[in-house]
Design a protein around this ligand. Sequence first.
Ligand code: SF4
Length: 725
Amino acid sequence: ATASGHPPREVATHCPYCALQCGMTLRDQDGRVSVLPRQFPTNRGGLCQKGWTSAELLTHPDRLTTPLLRDPASGELRPAGWEAALDRIATGIGEVQRRHGRDAVAVFGGGGLTNEKAYALGKFARVTLGTRNIDYNGRFCMSSAAAAGMRAFGVDRGLPFPLSDLGHADTLVLVGANPAETMPPLVRWLTELRQRGGRLIVVDPRVTATARQADLHLQPLPGTDLAVANALLHIALTEGYVDDDYVATRTTGFTDVRRTVAGWWPARAEALSGVPVADLEATARALGTAKRAIILTARGAEQHAKGVDTVTAFVNLALALGLPGRPGSGYGCLTGQGNGQGGREHGQKADQLPGYRRIDDPAARAHVAQVWGVSADDLPGPGVPAYQLLDSLGTSDGPRALLVFGSNPVVSAPRAARIESRLRELDLLVVTDLLLSETAALADVVLPTAQWAEEDGTMTNLEGRVLRRRALRPPPPGVRTDLAILATLTTRLKGRAPSYRLAQSRGPLLTADSDAEAAADSEREARAADPRTVFAELRRASAGGIADYAGIGWDRIDAADGVFWPCPREDGPDSPRLFADGFPTPDGRARFHPVEHRPAAEEVCAEYPLHFTTGRVLAQYQSGTQTRRVAALRQAAPDAFVELHPDLAGRLGVADGEPVRVLSRRGEFRAPARLSPAIRPDTVFAPFHWGGAARANSVTNDAVDPISGMPEFKICAVRVERVAS
Ligand code: SF4
């Protein structure tokens, strides 16, 4: 019992941060919340520092507990009541849409939102606002792997097998992934692999904490991973590791790929990437001779203007070796954000409807319209990817109002100063957040939202496993959930609450005008704010789609350690492993695509002679809005830094800890130099978790992948200067 005599309240839930979604127990003891580790198949009781300290923000003094409105006279954000804030939003949206049309209001979501919120946000944009302009920050995270997976396998699920398979592989190749810092509990699987005699091979331009544990580290020049992959396949072909039977019976298109990689003899790849031929050969042999082999890619491979093709090159390699669908083997992507997987399945992407359906597919439109109780003809068409959307804000052709949920693009977008200036051009910027992020600080209206421990919902982790997030306690007074905000806003904007139905749709939404319907309005609003009801509708909307949740009830999740999609029937099995019997393509075969190396969108030159690349550190998460405010994390990683090789620092005359300026054609940022032999002498690294003068994304390139819309965060040209004292 606690001091008050009441027993502590505990719930089994998951960490609020990354896609590993580690199991944890939250304990509320007289209002003080503590985090306890919990056995779960992915983390097996492990948590990283971010997870351990995640409860601190529940009572943080910076927490927003009242809406903020920008005062027109002073230009300052001032506390306001909910009525005034919602009035301002509804009036502003109404004015913008009357003057400029429905698409003049845009919505920007996040990969940390629960499945229910991602679904409700897509429905809010398409039905309540009637705008085509919705996208989300996952576009900056794993959209390249998603697109590569869709075109090769016909499905995009980060890991098409349980994470535990990693521990049983004989060879594991990690490309552009640093789980030792981003997902520390995952490292136990890598350790077990090595203890069993398996080989860990890491491909990364930096000697990361993960690379240090590898049996072999390939350190290519940033932007040359695709050539490395093609060379590996070249070696696999010449040394006889290609699984001809698998290629013949389970795939299509290998002939063109064979022709393409024929030109990638190892010496050519070495000349381009700097990876020695011997290391390329050792990697191909380790993969080709392993009984069980896995290739995983992450942001390092994806965040390029050729990210889809780079991932495709590794998928081609995996397919040629016959890995996908073979027990204990395969290709996968390590998804980053907490609900990076679920967040890209339920309709907050510009081109997508729930169930991972395409918004330009007439059958998909008809199905979702029927669930939503609207006419398919009234559903908007596809919008534009995140960067294009953000870069169009406030321009003559672009949206004039933006609603942001769970994202901080002022820090996380490429060429961030330009995006910041676009946001300043808007007639109306609304941000919902728990803290005053850099983006919220620019808003006309800020709405305080509940935290993860204060609301129920579901998340889908990097394995495609649907999990339950459980509320420990209600939000504090003055704070509302995102679902409640969307429901209330719909009532304001349409004069009627949104319709969420547990059962089959009964006619048109928002047009019924009987007294009985009107009287039921507050009940409808309560239903729309109830995550269980929203999830019930999400299941129906997803039924028959690629990401089919129809058979996944909350009770079923509660009864097991989550449920893997696709799971079309309540009385049928879920899908921990995909591709054993075929691929969800029209002919059941996976598809090869020939891909060629091409240079980065911006190459080094005399004025900007260094390659610049961004990444993460263990104690911070994404744009740092939350983790920069947690005392222990701030202590562990208080400031941004610029990682320089000592040889380069010597040439520049820069000492360790000395402030430097990093400049590109797009802007500059400043941070102390951190000298390290872990980086190539021709490359500079900085983490992107900080804003203000230390914002690394001030210099990154906004060139995007033509297929995924992924910006080129991982390489641009910069110069580094000492900051005159
Ligand atoms: Fe949370 Fe990810 Fe750390 Fe696990 S690894 S505790 S999910 S941040």
